[in-house]
Structure formats: structure tokens, C-alpha cells
Write a new protein. Sequence first.
Length: 244
Amino acid sequence: MENTKVDALLSVQKVTKEFGGITAVSDFSMDVYPGEIHCLIGPNGAGKTTVFKLITGVHQPTYGRILFKGKNITRVSTSRKMKMGLSIKMQVPGVYSELTLRENIRIAAQNFIPKKELEKEIERLIDVVGIRNLGNPLVKNMSHGQQQWLEIAMALAAKPDLLLLDEPAAGLGPDETEFTAGLILELNRQGMTVLFIEHDMNFVRRIAKDVTVMHNGSKFAEGTLDEILHNEGVAQIYLGKEAG
Ligand code: ATP
């Protein structure tokens, strides 16, 4: 018996989101397959963040549906989606700045990890994202980059199968960007599927394997990183000119 077709881990199907008179996302579809590092790019206002918010449940689609592991999650609560294995790190910091690094991870992990395993899991997550050398500072004393890695650790506390990252390289210096790239590649090597939004094309080049391009709320192009980098229409929408 031959059955080589792999099912998508995440399937966004013909999704539209209207805010009053504004159509932020229009009839947009995208599949993310297990093992991918899939990047969603597009000019400002293309609809990328809205797609993320539809996936995580911050917004409900006006039309269309979203499947995760083959199940319809269009109207499933965000916390239930996390229990199903979908975790997100948004661009706006979601850390508690007056608490310590470990207290932050503990808050993120306690809903998913049995109490007697919690401390061991916190230490494991610290090693996974490579921030043991920081000690246990108050988060407000950590750099922007260090807070980003802490947030990735917090997102991993849910033991996700799919990790969503909204602009993981935003505001990072070159060394921090490189550290983040290495971290995502290592997580992926260990089996994590990753979907991320990014504007920094050097970062996209460094880690993305599959790319979906959005423009004016719709899918403009899709393919391997190499195909997208050689797509003239994609270059043109970034220059503000419509592809002919
Ligand atoms: P950027 O790269 O600048 O973050 P984006 O691709 O993430 O942009 P979105 O933030 O998804 O784009 O926005 C898509 C469109 O939807 C924009 O025109 C935006 O103004 C509009 N929009 C997004 N959220 C809302 C909202 N809550 N109410 C009204 N309009 C919205």
C-alpha cells in the first residue's frame, strides 16, 4: 500500500477577516506541514498579524476555517488550542517584568506540567533556549533579546507541536539575531514545526525553508525560499509596484 501524502499540521482554508469596512484578510489559504520552518512575509499592512490572530483565536474569521492536526479549531478557545499543541510568541512582550526569569517560566509552565516535575522542567527550558548563564534576574533587568528568548522558553512550556513566532528578530542586534536563528534551527532539528512572521529578509534567508507571501490580505506567492527570492513579482510588491 502506498500513501506518501503527509497531512498538514496547520491548514488555513479560505479565510476572510473583515473589520467594519476593512477587509484585512481575503480568501487566504495556507498549509504548514510537519517539520517545516515556514515564513509568512509581505509588505506592511498585508494581513500577516491578522492571520496569526485568527490562528490563535484573538480574532474569529468572518469566513473560512482553520484546521490543526486535522481538527477544526476555527472557534476553539486559545487555551484549548495551546493544550492541543499550538503555541505562540507575539511581538509585544508577554513577560512579567517585575518577576524573575524563573518565575516567568513557572507561570507559563504550571498549567501544562505536573507540580512535582515543574522545577526540573523550568531548568530544562532554560537550557533549551540557552539562557542559563544569565542566572535568575528580574525580567526588567534583561535585554530585549534576552526577554525574547525567555518568551520562547515560555511558549515552549506548553510542549507545542507548532510554534508561532511574530517577528522573532525585531529589535535584535546582529549577535542576538544570530543566536535566535541558531535557536530556531535547533528546535526545528529536534522536531519542532515553526511558523513565523518576519520583515528582516537576512533572517528569513538564514532559517526559512518554505515561504508564503501576502499582499493586500491575499496570498501573493508561495514556494521554497529560493523560489520566492527569485520571484520578480515579490520583489516588486516590496518596492510598492504591482506585479504586471
Ligand atoms: P505589518 O507588517 O505592518 O505588521 P501586517 O501584514 O501584519 O502588517 P495587519 O496588521 O494584519 O498587517 O493589518 C492588515 C490590515 O488590517 C491593515 O490595513 C490594518 O490596518 C487592518 N487591521 C488590522 N487589525 C485591525 C483591527 N482590529 N481593526 C481594523 N483594522 C485592522
